[in-house]
Ligand binder design. Sequence first.
Ligand code: SF4
Ligand code: SF4
Length: 188
Amino acid sequence: MQLTPRAKPVDRSPMTFLESLYLWNIIKGMGITIKHMFLKKATIQYPEEKRPFSPVFRGLHVLNRDAEGRENCTACGLCAVACPAEAITMEAAERLPGEEKLYREEKYAAKYEINMLRCIFCGFCEEACPKDAVYLSQTFAPANYARNGFIYGKHELLIPHPIEQPEAYQKALGDRQPSSQNVNQPIA
Ligand code: SF4
Ligand code: SF4
């Protein structure tokens, strides 16, 4: 019984002497190899060379600061609630007098962790955040041998300080515009 109309009958007749030398098949195969030597190569020299990502690529998370270097996150927990993978954990703390230059709001995330092994890079946390405090960048989490290495804390997630480390800040920002939210808001 024929299962599909695309099935081709196999020629089972014995090979001739010329066919048994496989010369023509070897020439055909070499032709394909030589043709590919002159075609544009699909491989790149990673990590020196990197492929451009799609503009909608969602990579590693970044905890954002405002233009004055204050942390945007107010530890409201909306990102954690929106996360379908339950990858985000945080602990809130009250801003103390004298810390106005560190944290933009009265409350801030003393601890903020994302488990990259759970994360599915859906971007819901970014969409849920009312403070432009977390976004998914155009880089991805590097490989690691230990599971703990995939739990990113504030130290790994926080964007460099825009005034103290302007070059690193610009590099981390990439094509993204600096956070403009409440930039001109007077420090309480
Ligand atoms: S990208 Fe999605 S899965 Fe990952 S932390 Fe954000 S909400 Fe959770
Ligand atoms: S990152 Fe945004 S949504 Fe998440 S706790 Fe901070 S302010 Fe709230």
